[in-house]
Design a protein around this ligand. Sequence first.
Ligand code: PLP
Length: 490
Amino acid sequence: MENGSGKVLKPMDSEQLREYGHRMVDFIADYYKTIEDFPVLSQVQPGYLHKLLPDSAPDHPETLDQVLDDVRAKILPGVTHWQSPSFFAYYPSNSSVAGFLGEMLSAGLGIVGFSWVTSPAATELEMIVLDWLAKLLNLPEQFMSKGNGGGVIQGSASEAVLVVLIAARDKVLRSVGKNALQKLVVYSSDQTHSALQKACQIAGIHPENCRVLKTDSSTNYALRPELLQEAVSQDLDAGLIPFFLCANVGTTSSTAVDPLAALGKIANRNEMWFHVDAAYAGSACICPEYRQYIDGVETADSFNMNAHKWFLTNFDCSLLWVKDQDSLTLALSTNPEFLKNKASQANLVVDYKDWQIPLGRRFRSLKLWMVLRLYGSETLKSYIRNHIKLAKEFEQLVSQDPNFEIVTPRIFSLVCFRLVPVKNEEKKCNNRNRELLDAVNSSGKLFISHTALSGKIVLRCAIGAPLTEEKHVKEAWKVIQEEASYLLHK
Ligand code: PLP
């Protein structure tokens, strides 16, 4: 590896791994130590890296020092620091020492666990850890691996909704005939993540059969069951086939929570697949006081939360539970000769390749297992509660300033706020909020994001980065106020 002149490459030499591995861990630990020195949002211009890196790959080995020097000088300026304590944009994507160690172990073992036989521990640990988490969330027994249900780790909430949509599509087509695809109708609120739209595009659902039901501030952007019932009845009258409902617990824009029990009743009555997207807020539901937000999940066919958002498990780790694993495997399984083995043929095992889109899969359960074991559920609950407490404090600071307003009531750790309109001039107000967003983010001191609710441009402060403390929240508010004051007086 040191030179290219005839030496045979030993790509996994254990002594080199030990030496370089230690140095890389030191490099990453130093990164975390100095993370607050970087602008949170990368300030580079598009195409910056092409100017800094050569046009082709090296013919001969370079040293680790050379590469790390380039990481410092050329890569880090183009990194937006998601793990910075002043990262408040989108939703958090937690990393942790436990999650990092699990990733490291997974990379170290280097297995590809698509079938049970390819690494029995990978499949069995995933089943066990998802059962553990189902218990922490108090999900109904049917979601556990004992019966016909169970959990699986997907790469993203987008993959999760796609696989259950395909399962639901094939299930209904098996009963009504495969030529009925153009009659299948999907329902969701207009606050549902665009992942559902993408899933519908991939699954061949006709765009005119995607019912995006309107929400507004009267329900804090939650879907009204009456609206769903009305849409379903109209579609039935028109000879269409309602088959899939996606509800939200914690929408991306504003953490709206749909009334699961009432929606589930309608879905169950009409034999529709009912999917619950709790990608961000699901983590909070391990706390007994927040569990109420998934009441009604017993009526659902599938439930999803991203452990990689707010559960200290490094990206990617999206947890999906289903009640009926057969629906998934009937839609997604293949059985080529080159993958046949005794355990699978005898139906003795779960082969997760049949629960997901790709064949290959990493040993992702290790990192979730490490998180649960190294922290324990009580510590994880405190971690979540602390972020919610910080969000409450931020909300209070905003509401004390007459130039600002809270746009929707805060439920978890996201605060939606904006500069208030002057003389009811909404358009001007939107522009001013956009300007404020740009000014705050280009300061490099923090990073927040935005959304639109009922035509209003809204600023989002999502508290949940692992290193965030009260002082960062206070400092963030100070910067926002300073930039706002500059804008309002210019
Ligand atoms: N659903 C909700 C509620 C989300 O907030 C997000 C992302 O923030 C997604 C789905 C999509 O997540 P992923 O990136 O895991 O596909």
